[in-house]
Design a protein around this ligand. Structure first.
Ligand SMILES: [Zn+2]
Length: 298
């Protein structure tokens, strides 16, 4: 059984199934950051497709075949690994080496499986987000392996509310103000997403808050204030068309320099079509740093 699976399921199809960003081609090998220990070094993890083996040259300092990979990424038993690989071998096409063609981005593949996230963590409490809210928003600490390991992750949906994957930030020492950059699934069509739009689309008579990230949305949701996040500081044409139809927009990006600059730019894009109120926060302040009484006064 194992021998057959070892040969019939490629490492690339496992990585793809687990939502790991595609590796880069380098000669006869594929390289990328290590999905086993989850580091950031873009050359740590090397796959040899012709032999269907992998090696991590940094933290793991080891490697193996496709079975070793699944066992180490998911902490599975032999039997569970066999079942998992069998399920992939029936559903995935023949292994292929992703070739990076210049200018053509591989299509985005939604990730629809549920990840188990721990919502009851002190980090949320310190952010002013209740466990109930975190659970409602499918947000929490991801304790598995892979691209979201040790991240506070949150589920992302398309405009219709279909789940399409998870985004997350790695925690550093579990401190509120120390974390890595946001990680998004590869090729996530951010320009066609307004985070949380599907939950508030029928409640926009009084207006809509627009912030950069999910935590601000959650804090406002606790106060029954409808909000969406751009997942960054760019406003796409598609997002602009949606926001222009809403009678009033309250634009509250982060108080840092890029946030302020973006808020001015976005304000200019929207002001001819809708009423826009722009809130400039202090330099080191994000919307989720404000107290509830400050948020309700805006
Ligand atoms: Zn590693």
């Amino acid at each position: 059984m194992f021998k057959h699976l070892k040969q019939s399921v490629s490492i690339e199809s496992v990585l793809h199934d687990k939502g790991v960003p595609p590796l880069r081609k380098r000669g006869h090998q594929l390289v990328g950051s290590c999905p086993v220990h989850g580091g950031d070094n873009p050359n740590a993890f090397v796959v040899t497709p012709s032999k269907n083996i992998w090696h991590c040259f940094t933290k793991c300092n080891g490697g193996g075949d496709v079975i070793d990979l699944v066992r180490r990424m998911d902490n599975m038993t032999h039997y569970q690994t066999a079942q998992y690989l069998a399920s992939i071998s029936h559903t995935s096409p023949a292994p292929s080496i992703p070739v990076k063609t210049q200018g053509v981005k591989p299509a985005f593949k939604p990730f629809t499986r549920n990840l188990h996230l721990n919502c009851e963590i002190p980090w949320f409490k310190r952010k002013g987000i209740t466990g109930k809210t975190a659970s409602l928003f499918e947000a929490g600490l991801y304790q598995g392996r892979g691209f979201l390991s040790d991240c506070i992750a949150v589920r992302v949906h398309d405009l219709e509310g279909c789940p399409i994957g998870y985004a997350g930030r790695r925690l550093i020492d579990h401190q509120v103000r120390k974390y890595g950059k946001w990680k998004f699934p590869p090729q996530l069509p951010k320009s066609r997403i307004l985070y949380n739009f599907h939950r508030v689309r029928d409640k926009l008579q009084k207006g809509l808050f627009v912030v950069e990230g999910p935590w601000g949305v959650m804090r406002l949701a606790q106060l029954r204030i409808p909000a969406v996040a751009l997942l960054g500081i760019n406003l796409s044409n598609e997002q602009q068309r949606i926001l222009c139809k809403i009678p009033k927009i309250v634009l509250m990006l982060d108080g840092d320099f890029p946030g302020r600059k973006a808020a001015k730019r976005i304000h200019d894009k929207l002001k001819n079509n809708t009423v826009v109120k722009r809130i400039n926060l202090n330099i080191n302040t994000d919307p989720d740093d404000l107290q509830d009484h400050q948020l309700t006064k805006l």
